[in-house]
Each structure stands twice: as structure tokens, then as C-alpha cells.
Design a protein. Structure first.
Length: 200
């Protein structure tokens, strides 16, 4: 699970055989000791999309415990948000093509990338139709203008697990400019904006 600001995502997968199981995420808040999630996507329980789910939560040291009706879920902190040059929740808001820069405001159909200090997950989904289009995640580094992902989970093709992809990155007026080649080898040149900036 990655938590960035008021947003979260979780990916469930088996590291032994590289199988993808499911993902969920959206926004969250805490009231007293209740962790309240509003799901924007959920492949395991799609009926939860658009609804609030509550569970009792406690944080002791690096252990985050959720008490649910199905029992306790315990998460162990992996990083503290550092170094995290790109930590946060981002939505794709533009592409640079031969015709120039194409900017758009995300609507119901969204591609989000959420990052902690060392981990990332991207998710493509539609909040209105509850469609899910794909997800992937793993670890990342940002060194000398290079953003490098190492894939640990991929819903579309688990043969890509273990691969590392290097991209150019820069921050321009608060937007993340991201260029290189996709996991399929196709050229990409994308612009991502923080969700808080977009207002979604």
C-alpha cells in the first residue's frame, strides 16, 4: 500500500510466482481512530467503488494495523517518504507529440501514478463506469534527471516483472515531464500533474 497525501492505493500480488491478484485505492481520511476510505477503483470488490469503507486503525512504530470484520491486516512501513523526489499522487494531464503539447483535464477516465519515497504504482480506471484498465508497480529511483522503475507487479503481463525501465524526468512549473519508452518499447512523452493541483 502507498499513501500519499489524501490518496492511497494497494496492490495484491504473489512474489513467488509473479501473479497479480488485485488492486484498490482512492481517497482517505481519519476521524478519531477510524480510517475512512472512499474507493475510486477496486478490482476485488467493485461494489465498493464510490462508497466509504471504515476500519479501526492504529500505528505503533512501523506497524500499521487495520481492524476489520474479516480480522486484522498489518502493514510494515517500507520507507518514510524519502528520498521521494516525485512522492505524491499524480494524474496524467498531457502528452507531447509531433503536433505539439496536448493538455487536458482528467475526467472520469483517469491514469494515476502514486509514489512514496521508493515505491510506485500506476492505475488506469474510470470512476463513473467502474472500469479497470490495468496497473503496475514496484520500486523507483530518481538520479541525475533519470527516473528508473523496476517492475514487481503488472496486471497485463507478468513476464515483464523484474524489468527496469529508464526515463528522462524534470519538474516544470510543478508538473512532471516524463519521456522515454514504454514497457512495449513505444516512445512516450507525458506530462503529469499533482492531484491537488488538478483538483481531483
Amino acid at each position: 500500500m502507498i499513501v500519499a497525501g489524501n490518496f492511497f492505493s494497494a496492490a495484491v500480488y504473489n512474489k513467488k510466482d509473479n501473479t497479480y491478484i488485485g488492486t484498490c485505492g482512492g481517497t482517505w481520511r481519519i476521524e478519531k481512530n477510524q480510517f475512512i476510505e472512499t474507493h475510486e477503483f477496486n478490482t476485488m470488490k467493485p461494489e465498493w467503488i464510490g462508497t466509504e469503507q471504515k476500519s479501526e486503525v492504529s500505528l505503533k512504530g512501523d506497524k500499521l494495523t487495520f481492524k476489520t470484520k474479516d480480522g486484522n491486516e498489518i502493514f510494515t512501513r517500507i520507507d518514510d517518504g524519502k528520498p521521494g523526489a516525485l512522492a505524491g499522487a499524480w494524474l496524467i494531464t498531457g502528452r507531447v507529440t509531433e503536433k505539439g503539447t496536448e493538455k487536458r483535464t482528467p475526467g472520469a477516465r483517469r491514469t494515476m501514478k502514486i509514489l512514496s519515497g521508493t515505491r510506485f504504482q500506476w492505475i488506469a480506471y474510470n470512476v463513473e463506469t467502474k472500469e479497470f484498465f490495468g496497473t503496475g508497480g514496484g520500486t523507483y529511483t530518481t538520479v541525475d534527471g533519470k527516473y528508473t522503475e523496476t517492475i514487481e507487479v503488472f496486471s497485463r503481463d507478468n513476464s515483464r516483472i523484474g524489468a527496469s525501465l529508464e526515463f528522462n524526468f524534470s519538474l516544470v512549473d510543478g508538473d512532471w515531464h516524463h519521456s522515454g519508452k514504454s514497457s512495449k518499447g513505444d516512445p512516450i512523452n507525458e506530462i503529469w500533474s499533482k492531484r491537488e493541483k488538478v483538483g481531483l
